[in-house]
Design a protein around this ligand. Structure first.
Ligand code: HEM
Length: 400
């Protein structure tokens, strides 16, 4: 990498090694002990390791998510649909286009609109618990995933059975962001991208003739009044359904696994503590571990120089265990004083759906443990075979 300075320590770790994926935290602690920035050889990239520099990188105005022109590589025809969605995605754009799209998106996530969905989330949680199978079962499939998918479906106005189908397409698309992406994964992600575009076009078409009060109708109105282009509309709708469930389902599974046999659980999920407990579980076991930034202008952060067109990784999960911000950061303590973690990012790309995600977690966790006080995890949960999305793909439980 062009910006590699000799004094930045180099470290090697296969990001897809199962023992690393299962518990990357000792590695992160080692990185932080080496400095604010380290060069992770396997990624060929400098990584920000501490809370201070992760926060600075994410907020820095000389850095951004959009790929600089000189680094753009032609996308093969085999990835045409995937590239089409990405090209207009809020997440992959910078100002001024990003500012316009973000402003409009956030209108949907205003406090009142989010608060209005709270009763639906409670009902959904109750209904899913009513349907829990007898004996041992997987809590991710029976609770975390459907709760997250059906909530964002409800928010956008997508029927429950369709939302559940879209979720499988979304899983195939986000497979593109994992460390071990290959030709097969790419082909499958592109097929899924085509299907999801087709599905979303149909949903939007239904609303062209009959608007409802859902968020997709609101986005369509915005398009019709000139606020969003057709590709932007499609891409935003797809981003919301994808981003709107994947991380939340993992975050819910992660929180439940931390609380299931925690001695302070009853107090931690009480109304006065649940918000803090959710923040602590997001800090301690965040569902997303790494995001990257491109360098648009030469700059310096905490004495480390970065050259234009380089790339920096932000290790969110490492930043969240930084002892300088959280003394005894390696301990899960729902009652610790709250400090701002970076699980939702920071700066202009920080999570647009954070309020919705928090609401879901603050409802779904207490409802689950109130209805199933004897819930027991029956075997060590299985960490999903992905590094960036960090959560369990199975949590086997019994609820008596
Ligand atoms: C616990 C659950 C969630 C976590 C941990 C999470 C985390 C994040 C993070 C870290 C980013 C920033 C990425 C970057 O800076 O490069 C982000 C962006 C985003 N998230 Fe979330 N997210 C969650 C749930 C949601 C939900 C429920 C929605 C939508 C309904 C959502 C929609 C978005 C969108 C649209 C962006 C892009 C924002 C932009 O580029 O301006 N997320 N999320």
């Amino acid at each position: 990498m062009s910006q590699l300075a000799s004094y930045i320590p180099t470290i090697q770790q296969d990001p897809s090694a199962p023992e690393f994926v299962a518990n990357p935290y000792p590695f992160y602690a080692k990185l932080r002990s080496l400095g604010n920035f380290v060069f992770w050889k396997d990624y060929n990239m400098i990584m920000a390791t501490t809370h201070s520099v992760v926060d600075q990188v994410m907020k820095h105005r000389s850095l951004g998510r959009a790929v600089p022109d000189v680094l753009q590589t032609p996308v093969g025809a085999h990835l045409d649909a995937f590239a089409e969605i990405e090209a207009h995605s809020l997440l992959e754009l910078e100002p001024p286009t990003h500012s316009r799209l973000r402003r409009e998106t956030l209108k949907g996530f205003e406090g009142t609109r989010i608060a209005m969905i709270a009763p639906t989330v409670s009902q959904l949680a109750d209904r899913l618990i009513d349907d829990f199978p007898e004996g041992e079962f997987d809590l991710i499939e029976a609770y975390a995933k459907p709760l997250a998918v059906l909530t964002i479906g409800e928010f956008l106005g997508i029927a429950p059975e369709d939302a559940m189908q879209v979720q499988t397409l979304s899983g195939r698309i986000v497979a593109m962001y994992q460390a071990r992406r290959d030709a097969e994964i790419e082909a499958d992600a592109n097929d899924a991208a085509k299907e999801i575009m087709h599905f979303m076009r149909r949903e939007l078409d239904k609303r062209r003739t009959r608007k409802t009060d859902d968020f997709l109708s609101q986005l369509l109105e915005l398009h019709e009044s000139g606020g969003l282009s057709e590709p932007e509309l499609l891409s935003l709708a797809i981003l919301l359904i994808n981003a709107g469930h994947e991380a939340t389902a993992h975050a819910l599974g992660n929180a439940i696994s931390l609380l299931a046999d925690h001695p302070g659980r009853i107090e931690a999920i009480a109304p006065e503590f649940i918000a803090g407990t959710v923040e602590e579980s997001l800090r301690y076991r965040p569902p997303l571990h790494m995001f990257t930034r491109y360098v648009y202008e030469n700059c310096e952060i905490e004495g480390t120089a970065f050259k234009k067109n380089g790339q920096i990784g932000c290790l969110l999960a490492s930043a969240n265990r930084d002892d300088a911000v959280w003394p005894d950061g390696e301990i899960f303590d729902p009652f610790r004083p709250r400090r701002r973690h970076v699980s939702f990012g920071a700066g202009i790309h920080s999570c647009a759906g954070a309020a919705l995600a928090r609401l879901e977690l603050q409802i779904a966790i207490p409802v689950l443990f109130a209805r199933c006080p004897d819930l027991t995890i029956t075997e060590p949960p299985n960490v999903a075979d992905l590094y960036h999305f960090h959560g369990f793909d199975r949590i086997n439980v019994a609820v008596k």
